[in-house]
Design a protein around this ligand. Structure first.
Ligand code: SAH
Ligand code: DHB
Ligand code: MG
Length: 221
């Protein structure tokens, strides 16, 4: 088992199932040119988000953690005409790169990029109801973001949380790493949350060994 093999398999699957996409390729180049870290979702993961949003018939999407807008574009392209996506990004430079990328993708009028720490931006969204929430920002706040996602969704909405495995480091219960404790707190919060049905899936690929949580909002019994 090696990351090289996972990467080759990713390339094989992407070659078979994901047509060349000059816009998304330009986005990744623009991110690299701007010095952004290459921590976007992988192309096949981006397409998974896109398909999930389409399967849900999502008309409103909330993303926490924009970076250069790579996952944002995958998600926004799943929206029907009139659909909207709000994405929250703390780093003004990332947000600026994302806005340029969204313009390149023709999505400026679909996506609302809000700059600032997500926990400061989220209260302004109270009253809105999102069909799909993608949580992919600072991992120590994941339990808090989950709580917000519950406030901003409805029964039938879906919530996806990225990077919940981190090469298996989530098993380190005694760790004082806030990333690990944040992710463990997320799992514990989901476990005691009657408004959610959830699973988690490990992934391997060009981005290493990681995973995501998929949850569905239900009406509590
Ligand atoms: N979803 C993106 C990757 C996001 S990387 C993609 O797949 O393409 C995580 C992002 O979260 C980074 O851009 C980082 O600046 C941002 N972030 C970190 N802390 C944050 C916070 N408190 N509020 C909002 N965004 C934050
Ligand atoms: C990191 C963040 C991510 O969202 C990701 O997908 C991979 C890595 C990070 O902060 O290291
Ligand atoms: Mg991520």
């Amino acid at each position: 088992m090696s990351k090289d093999l996972w990467t080759f398999v990713d390339h094989y699957m992407q070659g078979a199932l994901l047509p060349p996409d000059p816009v998304l390729e330009a986005v990744l180049r623009a991110n690299a040119d701007a010095g952004l870290p290459a921590i976007d979702v992988a192309p096949n993961q981006g397409k998974l988000l896109h398909l999930l949003a389409q399967l849900l018939g999502a008309r409103s999407i909330l993303e926490i953690g924009t970076l250069g807008g790579y996952s944002t574009i995958w998600l926004a392209r799943a929206l029907p005409a009139g659909g909207k996506l709000v994405t929250l990004e703390a780093n003004p430079k990332h947000a600026e790169v994302a806005r340029a990328n969204l313009a390149r993708a023709g999505l400026t009028h679909v996506v609302d990029v809000r700059v600032g720490p997500a926990l400061e931006a989220l209260p302004a969204l109270v009253g809105q109801r999102f069909d799909f929430v993608f949580i992919d920002a600072d991992k120590p706040n994941n339990a808090a973001y989950l709580e917000w996602a519950l406030r901003l969704t409805r029964p039938g909405s879906a919530i996806v949380v990225d990077n919940v495995v981190r090469q298996g480091s989530i098993l380190e219960a005694a760790s004082d790493d806030p990333l690990i404790q944040g992710t463990r707190a997320l799992f514990e919060a989901i476990a005691r949350e009657p408004r959610l049905e959830a699973t988690a899936i490990q992934t391997v690929g060009g981005k290493g060994h990681d995973g995501f949580v998929l949850a569905r909002v239900v009406s509590p019994a």
